[in-house]
Design a protein around this ligand. Structure first.
Ligand code: FE2
Length: 173
């Protein structure tokens, strides 16, 4: 389950405190354990395309019905051009569409900028479902393990293009 880090270095895994912080940026977070039918494939390092489809089919998506399309993104240390791929999202940006993800393996960090400029960073893990509204200023990075699998729910890939805001990320790694 998710954990939160504040600019003063303090951290919390208290769901109520996390919900309070996320409310300030309009972000929804829910937790749904990976069901047993999907867990074996979810934990595999590499997946062929048919295995990705099989994994997607065996997951429950009822909490994300508003999004018409879904796919599975798999990032791991062996992924070609991994650093270049992830560097695009490590600076503060917004999107024209909601960024909706269900983490099924590994972990990653979503950083947020409140309207008053305060920043905090949420680490999401398997079972975490997150919805970042269009226009919410955020960043995303992998953790040291450089590994994540997540379902992306979307209405069109144009919404994935980052619109950079030039706000410096103040939370160091
Ligand atoms: Fe993003």
């Amino acid at each position: 389950m998710a954990g939160l880090r504040f600019e003063d270095g303090s951290t919390t895994r208290d769901p109520a405190r996390i919900a309070d912080a996320l409310r300030t940026v309009g972000v929804q977070l829910a937790y749904r354990p990976i069901n047993p039918a999907a867990s074996a494939l979810a934990s595999r390092i590499e997946l062929e395309e048919d295995e990705k489809a099989q994994l997607l089919a065996s997951l429950e998506h009822d909490f994300a019905l508003a999004s018409p399309q879904q796919d599975l993104i798999v990032l791991q240390p062996q992924t070609a051009n991994l650093d270049a791929l992830t560097a695009r999202f490590e600076s503060c940006h917004t999107h024209s569409d909601d960024e909706v993800r269900y983490i099924v393996d590994g972990e990653g960090c979503f950083g947020f900028v409140r309207p008053d400029g305060v920043q905090f960073e949420l680490t999401v893990e398997a079972g975490d479902y997150i919805a970042v509204p269009a226009g919410t200023e955020h960043w995303f990075r992998l953790t040291a393990q450089k590994r994540i699998k997540a379902v992306r729910y979307f209405s069109g890939t144009a919404g994935w293009v980052p619109v950079y805001t030039q706000t410096p990320v103040r939370l160091g790694r």
